[in-house]
Every structure is written in C-alpha cells, then in structure tokens.
Ligand binder design. Sequence first.
Ligand code: AMP
Length: 218
Amino acid sequence: MQLIMLGPPGAGKGTQAKLLSDRYNIPQVSTGDILRKAVAEGTKLGLEAKSHMDSGGLVPDRLVIDIIKDRLGHSDCAGGFILDGFPRTRAQAEGLHEQLKVLGKDINLVIDISVELDDLVTRLAGRRSCKECGEVYHLTYSAPSKDGVCDKCGGELYLRDDDREETIKRRFAVYKEQSAQLKGYYQALGAFFQISGNGAIDDIFEAIVKEIELISDN
Ligand code: AMP
C-alpha cells in the first residue's frame, strides 16, 4: 500500500505517518528526516540543503526527487510506503509519478491534514525533538517525563531551528504558495481524504484507518 501525507508543516503528518507505519508495517519515508540526517552528517546533500532548510524555504526539487527515487528503490519499500513531506511541489508530484511507473505501483490514498496558521505556531514552537533518535515531543500536549530528556533513549531534546516563530510563518507561506495546490492535483486523480489536524491524535488516526479500510474493501 502506498500512501501520501499532505498538509502544512506541523499539521501532524509525521505523527500519523509513524502510527500508520506501525499499523501496516510499511516504512515512513520523510524527506525532512532524510535531509536533517544529511545536514547532521555534513554530506554534500546536507551542505546544499542546509541554507534552504534554515530559512524555511524548500530544498531544490532535483535534490528531493533524487532522494525519493533512491529511497523508494530500497527493499523495505517493496511492500509499500508512506510519503511524509513529499511531494511538496507540482514538479515533485510529477517526478514521483514517473518513479511509480518505473516501480509498477500506484498511490492508494492521499491523506490531507489541514490546520490553520495560529494553531501551527502554537504546535511547532512547543515541539521538541530528540537529537539522538528523532522522537518528537510537545511541551504542552506530549511532554517528556523529564525536562529536556528523551523518554526513549535519554538523548537531549532540542527546538529545531526551523520551528522558531518567524521561520514557521515563512514555512506556512511557502506551503500556501507551492504545496497547497497539490490538493487539487491529487483530488483530480482519485483517492483523496481530508481531515482536520485539530482533533486528538488517536481520533485522527482512527479516522484515517477507517478510510484506508474502506478503500481496501473496494
Ligand atoms: P519537514 O520535516 O517535512 O517539515 O521538512 C523540513 C524542511 O526540509 C522543510 O522546511 C524544507 O526545507 C525541507 N524539505 C523537506 N521535504 C522537502 C520537500 N519534499 N521538498 C523541498 N524541501 C523539503
């Protein structure tokens, strides 16, 4: 099963993708995670991506399309995958379409999680990520047991540079300009499910699972 998660940064795409990955035993493929790892490791890709990421802009299409082409060819994606944070532009959607043709696969469902700007600022500015394992917390909604320390691995928690208020506003503007149009693109193609990201994590998850089961039965 191949799924795409759409929605602005901070809508909860990653959280839901992780839950879906566990439920259906298919990998979560996050271009944001792959890029952050490349930046941390100081690779050529990371060096080219960093300035775009820090400013809240998009990394050039050719780089992320190449990342996805490579990633989807790995054996763990053979049984399906969940795209989280990709595609973000029309050119990326077209690049994905080409790669899916090569792989002989289709997208089963596009899940669009919608959230407004004010809610995003609250969510993202309170988000803390583990430097070691990438686990994500929220100071208000899902705080770690001990301040600044990851429950899972004991790693240090930090505020991502791009989760600061000014950058969040820029990321949201970039989303509106370049990524929001993908809704229309995928709506026209077929299986498309929209849900508000303002509910409880578990409720949103159950609604998505219900929709997946509905399309799997048809
Ligand atoms: P995310 O964790 O998905 O919010 O991504 C963090 C940052 O990585 C974004 O603000 C972009 O700078 C970059 N990024 C992640 N995915 C993409 C993509 N599909 N296209 C362009 N840039 C991306």
